[in-house]
Design a protein around this ligand. Structure first.
Ligand code: NAD
Length: 480
């Protein structure tokens, strides 16, 4: 990174550029979004290679999660920009005679986006699209743990976007900390709760608004569905949602499954056959499952399995290839609830199944843990569906599938409680990087004399009644 002084000078220049008003123009915003679109199209091959290098991700996964979703978001932003930018009328009470009001979005200024390594393009570009559409200048700090992606982001963004308004700063925690010491108009952070706390404490200094996109343990509730077709589809979606998205290194990956005891055997057998169907007899050779990001994370996951009680609960998989950063899709049944694998976010291809007497007990189980980013619930039971929505709290609830909520632009994406706060995707991203300014316009034509001092009892009554106002009532009061 440049020296701190150089960096502060750059930020000063970005602020100055923002104050000139160029980034507020619709044409500038459009040009940046189009620049990102061109980047994704022209650099597609480089992005696929970078993700293969950083995470061994198959190009289908990379296109789906990093390129395709970003293109979809860019197209939506380009189509909707005029509408998002225009103010909307606000209703006023009848007392506000000849007054109109509207809500006008304005950019926040200079924003900082810190992203994580598991979807290095998606999690950097998705918020950046919102920030640029909203007319901000942006500094992005991608994760140092996906170095090929971070370096490609830095060179490509400086080629395709306006350098005076968008910068990528590469580096790890110490660079992150230096960035956090600066004054920002918004910090958008994706990562762990541990670093989320550091971000929030830094934000206090300048009262900077913060969005924290964190993780946690996302449960999947699997009811004993009555038809064998439904069970197969459910298990297929679970296996895909766990191992088929960055090998479980995803904030919305299923962390553990809740099933009724009597149903466990069926589930485990089906899971085994689905794993074989999707990743073959030897998943390491399949190329359809990503690698663990680095040795440190691999050892963290390996350690989760080391506990003898956890080891004894492993019913499938469990092999670890340190040299190739590979962990086999692994299934566990009833590891101890106090073991780390059940207290910490797993963030890898290990999937515990926790057995319950009745599937309804899942609600109490989920409520005994911090609020999740996502809950998945496979059931046709409408009462259980209703209870899952009303009796639990989480960023999202998805019935009968996994991960799809992430791709829906019309749904806000974000956590609650321990899984973070703030939201983005689609129009929500634009809103996250905008201030909604309240505008009121009054006419000079009318005035109520009782609004002004000197005060007396009559004015008090008139004023009080005006809060319960209807025109006729006020006229009667004034005439009285
Ligand atoms: P992390 O918190 O270690 O790192 C995230 C970012 O913060 C990286 O860019 C890193 O360089 C930076 N950072 C690290 N230390 C810092 C410091 N002291 N000061 C400033 N910046 C610092 O997280 P990670 O390992 O990249 O990601 C894994 C975590 O992120 C998991 O908990 C996962 O659930 C969560 N996550 C959440 C989402 C979401 O959308 N909610 C998406 C992906 C990952």
């Amino acid at each position: 990174m440049e020296t701190l002084r150089e960096f502060e000078r750059d930020l000063g220049e970005m602020r100055e550029y923002y104050s000139q008003g160029k980034t507020k123009e619709a044409s500038w915003r459009k040009s940046q979004l189009k620049g990102l679109l061109t980047l994704l199209k022209e650099k597609e091959g480089d992005i696929l290679n970078a993700l293969m290098q950083d995470l061994g991700k198959h190009q289908v996964e990379t296109f789906r999660d990093e390129i395709g979703t970003s293109i979809k978001t860019l197209n939506l932003a380009l189509e909707s920009l005029r509408e998002w930018m225009s103010g909307r009328k606000a209703k006023l009470p009848q007392i506000a005679l000849l007054t109109s009001a509207e809500i006008v979005p304005e950019p926040l200024g200079l924003v900082l986006i810190i992203s994580s390594w598991n979807f290095p393009f998606g999690l950097s570009l998705e918020p950046m699209i919102g920030a640029l559409a909203a007319g901000n200048t942006v500094v992005l700090k991608p994760s140092e743990l996906a170095p090929a992606s971070a370096s490609l982001l830095a060179t490509a963004i400086s080629t395709y976007l306006d350098n005076k308004a968008v910068k990528v700063i590469q580096g790890g925690p110490s660079v992150g900390e230096q960035l956090l010491q600066q004054r920002w108009d918004k910090i958008f952070f994706t990562g762990s709760a541990r670093v989320g706390r550091i971000v929030m404490s830094a934000a206090v200094k300048h009262l900077t608004p913060v969005t924290l996109e964190l993780g946690g343990k996302c449960p999947a509730v699997l009811d004993s569905l009555s038809s064998s077709w439904d069970i197969k589809v459910a298990v297929k979606r679970i296996v895909y949602g766990k191992y088929g998205c960055c090998a479980g290194q995803a904030c919305i990956a299923i962390d553990y499954i809740l099933v009724e005891k009597k149903f466990t055997r069926t589930v485990v057998e089906l899971m085994k056959s689905m794993i074989k169907e999707m990743f073959g007899e030897n998943p390491k050779e399949s190329h359809s499952i990503a690698r663990i990001i680095n040795k440190q994370h691999l050892l963290r996951l390996k350690n989760l399995l080391k506990d003898p009680h956890v080891d004894a609960s492993t019913v499938y998989g469990g092999s670890v290839d340190e040299d190739n950063l590979f962990i086999e899709p692994t299934i566990l049944v009833d590891p101890p609830l106090q073991a780390e694998i059940m207290t910490d976010e797993i963030f890898g291809p290990l999937l515990p199944i926790i057995t319950l007497e009745k599937i309804e007990d899942s609600i109490q189980f989920i409520n005994s843990k911090p609020k999740a980013l996502a809950i998945y619930c496979f059931t046709k039971n409408k009462t259980l569906q209703r209870r899952m929505i009303s009796e639990t709290s989480s960023g999202s609830v998805t019935f009968n599938d996994t991960i799809i909520q992430y791709a829906a632009d019309t749904l806000p994406f974000g956590g609650v409680g321990g899984s973070g706060f703030g939201r983005y995707h689609g129009k929500f991203s634009f809103d996250t990087f905008s201030h909604e300014k309240a505008i009121a316009r009054r006419s000079f034509l009318t005035e109520f004399w009782f609004r002004f001092p000197p005060w007396n009892n009559h004015k008090f009554q008139l004023l009080a009644s005006s809060f319960n106002f209807d025109y006729l009532g006020l006229v009667l009061v004034i005439l009285a």
